[in-house]
Design a protein around this ligand. Structure first.
Ligand SMILES: Cc1cc2nc3c(=O)[nH]c(=O)nc-3n(C[C@H](O)[C@H](O)[C@H](O)COP(=O)(O)OP(=O)(O)OC[C@H]3O[C@@H](n4cnc5c(N)ncnc54)[C@H](O)[C@@H]3O)c2cc1C
Length: 390
């Protein structure tokens, strides 16, 4: 896949915004364990960057997924993982099903403001008792007249403290676990206050992704009109599995630049650092390790671009997206870890950019489907796993 002039222009616009409006504040936001999502998203929305692949009718760019991927890649210039992840939730995790299956009313009231950067979104799948086992979620939407009345808990929710709405996976009936779920749009805040029945019970402290606000959210008899359901009742599990494909492609694409930066910073450091009468980069071991890491990242790039091409062609990309997500998870552990070693004690300090990547990147093997879940899907596709992967 070749990036065109248009792809490069979008990347340049985003890079300028990152250099001017994001990176100067990253250290402060990391320390505060939150970043001003409304402010940042409004800036991105004004530049047309939050809806590149979304329909023009809602203010999107109507472009194919390669443009979304070019954007995800450029987000890797942000000097932390938390802010890009929050942006990715808005563009590729909470909105794909809404754009594809949502009614005109839902798209007008929730998608258009998300694209404009007027609303912050979140995706509510995981619960305290069910993360990898998505079918095992317990949150329930009971029907009452024209409404759903929602009760349950969602855990690990990115943008918890700021989101205006949640795309929530919830059980809307009894019956088989893959056929009783729906995706429902749940307004979370009105006039800056949480709506009745919603409580952010805990802001979760983490080893990395500090600038991202992650929370545990309780829902107690929260009333939502049934027309806020995305698409067909009972199709939520399928919609979410499809939505995961975009999330997983995004996860892979968004790590390409950050891993490249990690290697480049380490090359510069190794050239400057003197020991035993020479530069650290004069050690062949260091040269070979860095060369190998670059090769690995370029392999991930080839895999991700290929996945993207299949996606644009309208094919089922479950296998490609799963492999790319798995490889991205693996490399987010090995690249920063190997680089950090070459920084010696400096790599063990909190302020170091590589040490932040080491902490933030660890999530890539867990969030959006753990490595083992990816391996389970691939084993099933390969016909090795005889039993269905739950
Ligand atoms: C910082 C952060 C942000 C997140 N943001 C969101 C969000 O915005 N929205 C949302 O819905 N969720 C979010 N998540 C949740 C994330 O998707 C889950 O943590 C993830 O899916 C794993 O679920 P779990 O934590 O319940 O682990 P579990 O499902 O309990 O799994 C624990 C471990 O078991 C192993 N495992 C799992 N399945 C298998 C298997 N089949 N075979 C072998 N081993 C296996 C894996 O090593 C896995 O890490 C976030 C998580 C974090 C940490």
């Amino acid at each position: 896949m070749q990036f065109t002039h248009e792809h490069r222009e979008i990347q340049k616009t985003l890079k300028r915004f990152i250099d001017e409006q994001i990176n100067p504040h990253v250290d402060e936001w990391e320390a505060a364990e939150i970043f001003p999502a409304h402010e940042v998203f409004k800036g991105l929305g004004k530049l047309g960057l939050l809806g590149l692949t979304k329909p023009e009718a809602q203010g999107g760019g109507g472009l194919d997924y390669s443009y979304g991927m070019a954007m995800a890649e450029t987000l890797g210039h942000i000097h932390c993982g938390g802010v890009p992840m929050a942006i990715g939730v808005q563009t590729d995790m909470a909105t794909p099903a809404l754009a594809r299956f949502g009614s005109d009313e839902l798209k007008r009231d929730f998608l258009a403001p998300a694209i404009a950067g007027d609303m912050v979104s979140c995706i509510g799948v995981s619960e305290p008792g069910a993360g990898s086992d998505v079918a095992g979620i317990k949150s329930v939407a009971r029907k009452d007249g024209d409404d759903y009345v929602i009760s349950g808990q969602k855990m690990w929710i990115t943008n918890s403290l700021q989101a205006d709405w949640m795309c929530m996976l919830v059980n809307t009936s009894d019956g088989p676990a893959h056929k009783n779920k729906s995706l429902v749009m749940v307004p979370m805040r009105e006039g800056g206050k949480l709506v009745k029945g919603i409580e952010v019970a805990q802001k979760i402290r983490k080893i990395g992704m500090h600038s991202s606000d992650t929370g545990l959210i309780y829902f107690d008899e929260v009333r939502v009109p049934q027309r806020y359901r995305i698409g067909q009742e009972g199709a939520g599990f399928i919609y979410q599995m499809q939505q995961f494909q975009e999330e997983r492609l995004w996860c892979a694409a968004s790590t390409l630049q950050s891993l490249t930066n990690c290697i480049e910073w380490t090359v510069e450091w190794a050239q400057e650092r003197k020991l035993f009468g020479a530069s650290l980069s004069d050690q062949q071991w260091v040269q070979f390790k860095l060369a190998e890491l670059k090769t690995e990242v370029e392999s991930l790039r080839a895999l991700t671009y290929q996945a993207c091409e299949h996606y644009i062609a309208g094919e089922d990309v479950t296998e490609w997206a799963t492999m790319a997500k798995l490889k991205a998870g693996r490399l987010n552990r090995t690249v920063p870890d190997t680089c950090l070693q070459f920084w010696g004690g400096m790599g063990f300090t909190l302020e170091n950019k590589v040490s932040r990547m080491y902490r933030d990147g660890r999530l890539a093997s867990i969030g959006g489907g753990a490595d083992e879940v990816m391996l389970g899907i691939l084993s099933k596709i390969m016909g090795i796993a005889k039993r269905p992967v739950k």
